[in-house]
Design a protein around this ligand. Structure first.
Ligand code: PXG
Length: 467
């Protein structure tokens, strides 16, 4: 057996990868034929692949490397913690310093009375916790029938059976028996694709009022909670009309249901505030966190829970938890990440420097003949691709065909910009500089040009007939 290392030729690494490694959200056969891109190192916002290409990471890994790559402070903290206490659990009335310190810090950062943290290993696990916690809360309050959770179509809340059911991804629900019962999905506030002839403001109100209608239809007595991402990420960076969130808050204020803000992407500075719910003006009872909590340097997630819910849950044994809940190495690394975010004023950098500059440049992409709209909140942005801007028309080809062509051209131009259907999305590390933003925009423009040329060549630059 050869030693597998960065020094092996790319083709050999790809062959070994194809032989034994099953990839998430990937058509394995197609990838095996083509060969996976092998990433070997990273620094700041820059990835290096096994062929020595330097790639600008416009997605911060998977929306998570908020402080950028290559921060050795986190490696040092991890090594120190591994030497001192590599593992101990937080079950059965024990604890340890990293979990204590991280929970304490999160209680300080989170708004209002969100003072209590239940740790998990990922965002999916944290949302599974939330699902069981809100139902358990109502059961302990003597209302076990309050168990339905309302979510939204095209939401992403994770990939486990529970969190995937909370999510509203039709492609996921089509595989493996999801969603589980007891979850209702209302429509998303995606004006570009679904707004028809309505004004964005009217559409935002109408989509928010679907929450009210759903609660009334299902019966307030049966609804436990509403879960939403402040800004949908994996669904394509869907920025709702301004009317949407205030109306959601009004409805929530009038109903007795719990609110779960899924901050897995929006949290820890992504939207220009510590939490996305702050940016959109929404007051949740529980926040789901992961990703930027450790900037992806260690797998860790959790739920930040308000005092009322936590105190009711504390009244009985909550039969729930993970081996790695509050893992000491992950917790210590997360704490160091939060120290860097805070001391280096990274969230201020997003709000005052990076986001305004990126938005100024990002908007210019609407001058491109294939870009219908450009949206951005903080450092998460999207472009809607269209063959007919005035009609906001989708392509005649299957959704994602043209988006995929553009993503391929991004890769070829050493830029990671993803596609979700025919929306292009970015979420770069929060430490990105104006110079790097210039490079991002230049490469994005080139990739769009090449993507459009390829679409035209393949006869794909055609609007779908109007429904
Ligand atoms: N909630 C939200 C809002 C997320 O974006 C999760 C929960 C689940 O977290 P974990 O740590 O279990 O993955 C996520 C994850 C994509 C993509 O393609 C997005 C995510 C994960 C993988 C891929 O955009 N988001």
């Amino acid at each position: 057996m050869p030693v597998i290392s960065n020094h092996m030729p790319t083709a050999e690494l790809q062959a070994l990868d194809a032989a034994h490694h099953m990839h998430p959200f990937t058509a394995g056969g197609e990838l095996a034929a083509k060969g996976a891109r092998v990433i070997t190192r990273a620094e700041g916002v820059w990835l290096t692949d096994s062929d020595g290409n330097r790639i600008l990471d416009g997605m911060a890994g998977l929306w998570c490397v908020n402080i950028g790559y290559g921060r050795h402070e986190l490696a040092d903290v991890a090594a120190r913690q591994m030497r001192e206490l590599p593992y101990y659990n937080t079950f059965f009335q024990t604890t340890h310093v990293p979990a204590i310190a991280l929970a304490d810090k999160l209680a300080e950062l989170a708004p209002g009375d969100l003072n209590n943290v239940f740790f998990a290993g990922s965002g999916s696990e944290a949302n599974d916790t939330n699902l069981r916690m809100v139902r358990t809360y109502w059961a302990l309050k003597g209302k076990p029938e309050k168990s339905i959770i309302i979510s939204r179509k095209n939401a992403y809340h994770g990939s486990s059976v529970g969190s995937g059911s909370l999510g509203g991804m039709s492609g996921m629900h089509a595989q493996g028996g999801m969603p589980i019962p007891g979850i209702a999905h209302i429509n998303q506030p995606n004006w570009w694709a679904e707004g028809g002839d309505m004004s964005p403001e009217d559409f935002g109100l109408a989509r928010a009022r679907e929450l009210e209608e759903a609660i009334d239809r299902l019966g307030e007595k049966k609804v436990a909670a509403f879960i939403a991402e402040p800004i949908q990420g994996a669904g394509g960076v869907i920025v709702p009309p301004d009317s949407y969130w205030p109306e959601i808050q009004r409805i929530c204020d009038e109903r007795e249901i719990l609110l779960i803000a899924d901050e897995v992407i929006c949290g820890f500075g992504r939207t220009g505030n510590w939490f996305g719910s702050h940016t959109v003006g929404w007051r949740p009872h529980i926040m789901t966190i992961a990703k930027g909590l450790s900037s992806g340097y260690q797998p860790i997630g959790g739920s930040i829970v308000c005092d009322e819910v936590a105190s009711v849950i504390a009244g009985a044994e909550f039969n729930h938890g993970y081996t790695y809940s509050g893992h000491p190495v992950a917790a210590a690394v997360a704490l160091e990440n939060l120290r860097i975010l805070e001391e280096e004023k990274v969230v201020d950098h997003v709000l005052d420097v990076a986001a305004p500059y990126l938005w100024e440049k990002w908007q210019t992409l609407t001058d491109h003949p294939m870009v219908g709209e450009a949206r951005m909140v903080g450092l998460m942005g999207s472009l809607a691709l269209t063959p007919d801007k005035a009609a906001r028309a989708p392509f005649a080809a299957e959704a994602g065909t043209v988006g995929y062509l553009c993503r391929e051209r991004c890769f070829a131009n050493n830029l990671v910009m993803r596609h979700v259907g025919d929306r292009m999305i970015i979420a770069p590390p929060l430490v990105i500089t104006p110079d790097e933003i210039d490079i991002l925009i230049e490469r994005a423009w080139k990739a769009l040009d090449e993507g459009m040329a390829a679409a035209k060549e393949q006869g794909l630059f055609q609007p779908a007939p109007r429904a």
